[in-house]
Write a protein that binds this ligand. Sequence first.
Ligand SMILES: Cc1cc2nc3c(=O)[nH]c(=O)nc-3n(C[C@H](O)[C@H](O)[C@H](O)COP(=O)(O)OP(=O)(O)OC[C@H]3O[C@@H](n4cnc5c(N)ncnc54)[C@H](O)[C@@H]3O)c2cc1C
Length: 445
Amino acid sequence: MHRLLMHNPIAIATLWILAYVVICLFPLLVALLYPAPAGRSFWVEFSVALGFIGLAMMVLQFVLTARVNRIEASFGIDILIQFHRFSSLAAFAMVVVHPIILFIHEPTTLDLLNFLQAPLRAQLATIATLAFLVMVVTTIWRRPLNIPYEPWRLLHTLLAVLAVGLGFGHAMLVGNYLSLFWQAVLWSGLVLVALWLIVYVRLVKPWMMTKRPYFVEEVVVQRGDVHTLALRPYGHDGFTFKPGQFAWLTLGVNPVHMREHPFSMSSCADQSDRIEFGIKALGDFTRRIKDVKPGTKAYLDGPYGVFTTESYWDSAGFVLIAGGIGITPILSMITTAITRQDDRPFLLIYAIKTWGDATYREELEAMKSQLDLTIVYVLREGHEGWGGETGYVDKDLLDRYIPLHRGSRHYFICAAPVMMDAVETALLDLEVPVTNVHMEHFNLA
Ligand SMILES: Cc1cc2nc3c(=O)[nH]c(=O)nc-3n(C[C@H](O)[C@H](O)[C@H](O)COP(=O)(O)OP(=O)(O)OC[C@H]3O[C@@H](n4cnc5c(N)ncnc54)[C@H](O)[C@@H]3O)c2cc1C
């Protein structure tokens, strides 16, 4: 039974989902063990239940974002982040509706909104809800509000701790359901797990990373405003990964500062003593890569991700679709396939703005002689004499190149969000089974 579970990803994912649901409903289960306070109406009970479930869901956000390898390996970071967003909004709705029901049902409770006169339990609830509100607003509208990623991330963590800590304090002080010793112990356990995860992510993990440093071996200029950053492990063996996976990179500062950025490995997955990343200059951090000196200390947290050809050993071949810098995980898939002497056909559809922007084009061309690799370049702006494809990767273009037996291959797409959405829709229209389409998003937040 145990072995069966270990090798069945769907069973493992189902167990994680089940665990999530049980923990969310856990406060209600505990409450059911004891008689409810006498004389309370259905609506008051319902409101309290919403508050408890909202709080449990907030606590679980720490688990979802703690990069727990086993959970991440079941769903992938994209899905976890999407679920984190969705479940945070659901938790927020419950936390807000919880007092509204009380206000409607027992209008005298509106007095609790008078912050200065209100008892501590209500004050804690007010501050926790406001913290949650600020967290939601600054996350949804981070870009329009012009909040840079790193300060936002710090603020997000602080507000999350505040909201959960005060929410828990509120529940303890209200006490109707927590006054019994074991209820308080169980709830405190849940909150302690969340706090431990913060300490682990912010302090323990960075400290462990300092024990496994890397050095920048070289920085190589590539086409398309991209630089290859090559790292060599120092005093340890580095790590192997699955082709297509990514790691969080910290460069030149101690990992405890949490100034890390996610990048897909672009090198061969089996080569642990030199790990390469192709980094496009897009913002503050990525624009500085060109000036990084060999010998600079670096740290890696990884590997992460489920965007990998490795999981599909029974696929008859692969269709890889890259847009711009989305070529990096795909380069790793191709390089690894060559090293492993994979004899299956690989079709690469590579969309770039101009021919001059085709990052790693020389390397890719050279790989054609070592692998059953077909490359279709799709230029947004074709030049004089260009006889290849131009425009967008659309249904018509895909129909001309992908195999007739659509379901015999797995399809990997990494590109800008608009292109990925369009390509996914086109593939599904062309009757590619949805389970054969895999995507990697480079914009998590
Ligand atoms: C799974 C994954 C793999 C990626 N692989 C590559 C790759 O191989 N090559 C490549 O060039 N880029 C890759 N990226 C994108 C890369 O992480 C961002 O371009 C980079 O972090 C931007 O940082 P910046 O300070 O230069 O730009 P900024 O202008 O500060 O940020 C631009 C945007 O990038 C995102 N971002 C910024 N900092 C972070 C951070 N610390 N963590 C997460 N997101 C952040 C935010 O959405 C931000 O709005 C990948 C992203 C993800 C999620």
